[in-house]
Design a binder for this molecule. Structure first.
Ligand code: NAD
Length: 309
């Protein structure tokens, strides 16, 4: 039976690890958050007290962390602080799969360090949201060698439907950033269209049904409607909790802007979407702003406040 170390058991990693447990694999998890770790244990997984403890002896290590600095530190360690990285403790045959959305340079840095030790690392960011993670229908967008891609299949197939090999190391991250830049533009556009319909007396559910089968149809309308009450099982109908945090979308749009600068690409819509999300993160009812709410909460920026007079 394959043994898997799964590190980062948050909104995405938690349900992904659960699907590996369901598939009969021995999954040892680690997360800084004890509650996330407990959820995996309740489902039949094992827990380690450190990331290195989880990874030692595993056939495969899968990471699902917030950003590039977390991934670099976890795999490479921190010499100054005397902290070992995962590369120092895993066995020669251990396959390393990072599913986080991070900058392509961090993915290339970790892959090169892994290669120096004779290890294989692939970047395999995902699309499909928390619903796709729970249902095991994620899209995996991989970068790395043919051999690494082939060896990852038995694990990725338990968590996803579509599995793509975008190219060499880092290519998975570039493709993922292109996708998320488009997603942010679609979410903002869908929100402003729904809000204008509401301002003009339309029922947002009826308007959504119309646009879904018209030329404005897109993923955010079909699967992730930002207007509360239009769809049941989406964050907008649950106080914009769970899902994909505004802060993570801002991180992805920052990566998209850095990528565009380097490749001299023109990305006016992505730049505007980033500005709107940054401004949205600073607003909101709580002191911490909207950063930790789901990214579909951008819809609230377009709603006309009720007139109390
Ligand atoms: P999350 O914040 O819910 O989960 C991240 C988890 O990593 C947390 O539980 C945190 O405690 C843990 N963590 C952080 N540093 C750690 C460390 N050093 N060791 C162990 N655990 C550590 O975030 P998420 O929504 O699950 O997103 C994870 C990644 O997936 C991000 O890169 C995000 O951009 C990407 N992503 C998210 C979605 C989504 O819909 N949420 C969709 C596609 C991709």
């Amino acid at each position: 039976m394959a043994t898997v170390a799964f590190i980062g058991l948050g909104n995405m990693g938690g349900p992904m690890a659960a699907n590996l447990v369901k598939a009969g694999m021995t999954v040892t998890g680690y997360d800084l958050n004890p509650m996330a770790l407990q959820t995996l244990t309740d489902l039949g997984g094992l827990q380690a007290t450190t990331a290195c403890g989880a990874a030692a002896g595993a056939d495969v290590v899968i990471t699902m962390l917030p950003a590039g600095q977390h991934v670099r530190q976890l795999y490479l360690g921190n010499d100054a602080a005397g902290e070992q990285g995962l590369l120092a403790v895993v066995g020669q045959d251990t396959l390393l799969i990072d599913c986080s959305t991070i900058d392509a340079d961090s993915a290339r840095t970790v892959a090169a360090a892994a290669q120096e030790r004779g290890l294989t690392f692939i970047d395999a960011p995902v699309s499909g949201g928390t619903a796709g993670a729970s249902a095991g229908t994620l899209t995996f967008i991989c970068g790395g060698t043919d051999d690494g891609f082939a060896r990852a299949q038995p694990y990725l197939q338990q968590m996803g439907g579509n599995i793509f090999h975008a190219g060499a190391t880092g290519a998975g991250q570039i493709a993922k950033i292109c996708n998320n830049m488009l997603l942010s533009v679609l979410m903002v556009g869908t929100s402003e269209a729904l809000a204008m319909g509401i301002d003009n007396g339309l029922d947002p559910k009826v308007l959504s049904d119309i646009m879904k089968v018209s030329s404005g149809g897109n993923w955010t309308l079909n699967k992730y409607n930002p207007c509360p009450g239009v769809m049941d099982a989406v964050p907008s109908s649950h106080g914009y909790q769970g899902g994909f945090m505004v802060d993570l979308m801002i991180k992805d749009l920052g990566l998209a802007m850095e990528t565009a600068l380097r490749s001299h690409s023109s990305t006016p819509m992505g730049a505007l979407a980033r500005s709107l999300y940054v401004s949205h993160a600073k607003g909101g009812l709580t002191q911490s702003g909207n950063g930790r709410r789901d990214f579909s909460s951008i819809f609230e920026q377009f709603i006309t406040p009720a007139n109390d007079e």
